[in-house]
Design a protein around this ligand. Structure first.
Ligand code: SF4
Length: 260
């Protein structure tokens, strides 16, 4: 197996990722913690690339829908010809503004597509160009247009916490920020509310025990004398302990997977 750095092209966020390959099989896609701006961030869509890439139903060629709703393969050349005829008919009947372009996820991720679409729209004389900003978040661009932009660089979210997180705390954990909210009527429940992935659960359990923290032992879980549960293949280890308010916290380690 080999691990290669890459950029997720599933949307315009362009998250840096590490791709694990076995021959031509994509085994795993995970965030690249070495990328300082992203700090290992990926979304579920990016992490699902292996399933998407090898999905037997993945569309690899253009299809044309027939009047009865079925689809047949069509070559790119024939497809462009047919679309051109239809667009010509629409523009002749209703004018260029009857044709709109949308710069969304698939286009944003392919740098040449955006330029091609904008050139095409200019060529036919339509200014009806839309994006997720015009539909989902017009306030952002309108506010920028009205007030200008702050050129001093982005503020670190820790600096906002008195504004955005008035009822809690923000803890800078190095690669991520942890926001905690104080809830006056919160009752601790039996399930973990927070967990950490650590290099070795046993080491951390021993360190916690040395500080007087008792692990939680559940009936029937088969935890060992330290309170550590192991998966049947021994690759995953878990332990649970309470915080001073009685909330359940967990630590886990997974063999072959670097903890962060
Ligand atoms: S799809 Fe998800 S992981 Fe990929 S670039 Fe977009 S936000 Fe990042």
């Amino acid at each position: 197996m080999e691990r290669r750095p890459f950029v997720c092209r599933n949307c315009g966020a362009s998250c840096p990722v590490i791709v694990t390959l076995e021959g031509e099989q994509v085994i795993r896609v995970e965030g690249d913690y070495a990328a300082p701006l992203y700090r290992g961030y990926t979304c579920p869509k990016g992490r699902a690339i292996p399933q998407e890439h090898h999905n037997p139903r993945r569309l690899l060629h253009s299809l044309k829908r027939l009047p009865d709703g079925t689809h047949v393969p069509i070559s790119s050349e024939a497809l462009v010809e047919e679309i051109a005829v239809r667009l010509r008919r629409i523009i002749d009947a209703r004018g260029p503004a009857a044709v709109a372009g949308f710069i969304g996820t698939p286009i944003a991720a392919q740098p040449a597509s955006r330029v091609m679409l904008l050139s095409f729209m200019a060529a036919i004389g339509s200014r009806m160009i839309f994006s997720p900003m015009t539909i989902d978040q017009p306030g952002l661009v309108i506010a920028e247009a009205l007030h200008g932009m702050w050129q001093g660089g982005r503020m670190h979210p820790v600096q906002w916490d008195t504004l955005l997180w008035p009822h809690g705390d923000t803890i800078d954990m190095g690669r991520s920020l942890l926001h905690l909210t104080r809830m006056a009527d919160h009752q601790p429940g039996p399930h973990p509310v927070f967990g950490w992935e650590v290099p070795d659960v046993v080491d951390v359990v021993e360190a916690l025990k040395a500080k007087g923290v008792a692990m939680i032992v559940y009936d029937g879980m088969g935890q060992d004398a330290l309170g550590v549960w192991s998966s049947p293949d021994g690759e995953t280890k878990l332990a649970w302990f309470p915080d001073p308010d009685g909330n359940v916290l967990s630590i886990s380690s997974h063999a072959g997977r670097a903890a962060h």
